[in-house]
Design a protein around this ligand. Structure first.
Ligand SMILES: Cc1cc2nc3c(=O)[nH]c(=O)nc-3n(C[C@H](O)[C@H](O)[C@H](O)COP(=O)(O)O)c2cc1C
Length: 161
């Protein structure tokens, strides 16, 4: 990444908020936050007033095609920032990938109803503790993909902010 772009994105006020039951979504959240060293909070401890932030990057595990209840409550009670991005981890092969798109749509609608603008989303497999699918995921490659996702958000926000 160029020095000029890096300088520009450092001025963007961003925060990563996530919910995670068994740690997969947390790993992705940490990879994203590591790219520009921004704030990162678990949903239980996250601030509800984000009007002083430019971008919220919000992540959840997929629970039957829905975000977690904590994430829904969080969005419902949130004073939204200008822009948002979303990520989801899922554990069921094939259906998990499809249902994560529904999950993203649900969250996106809630944000857009509040006037926040969507930038980008990311989905990633994560080890399913019940069905033992996707062992070892998120992998190193997944974490690299999460970092690329973060970089793309910032590249785009460098143009719109
Ligand atoms: C209660 C529960 C319900 C789940 N339902 C689904 C589901 O419907 N589809 C799916 O793909 N994965 C499902 N999963 C798997 C998780 O979405 C997946 O393993 C995710 O990576 C877990 O993230 P976490 O480690 O951050 O909690 C479910 C997991 C739990 C605990």
């Amino acid at each position: 990444m160029g020095v000029l772009l890096h300088f520009k994105v450092c001025k963007i006020r961003s925060i990563v908020v996530y919910d995670s039951f068994s740690g997969n979504t947390k790993k992705i959240a940490e990879a994203i936050a590591s790219v520009y060293n921004c704030d990162i909070k678990k949903v239980d401890e996250a601030p509800l007033d984000l009007k002083n932030y430019d971008i919220l990057i919000l992540g959840t595990l997929n629970i039957r095609a829905h975000p977690s209840d904590k994430i829904i409550n969080y969005i419902n009670n949130l004073t939204v920032p200008k822009y948002f991005s979303l990520f989801v981890t899922f554990g069921m092969p094939i259906w998990g990938q499809i249902s994560s798109i529904f999950c993203l749509r649900k969250m996106r609608k809630l944000f857009e109803a509040k006037g926040s603008k969507f930038i980008k989303s990311f989905i990633c497999p994560g080890f399913h503790i019940k069905y033992k699918t996707y062992k070892g995921r998120p992998s190193c490659k997944d974490l690299e993909a999460a970092k690329r996702f973060a970089t793309k958000i910032y590249l785009r926000s460098g143009k719109i902010l």
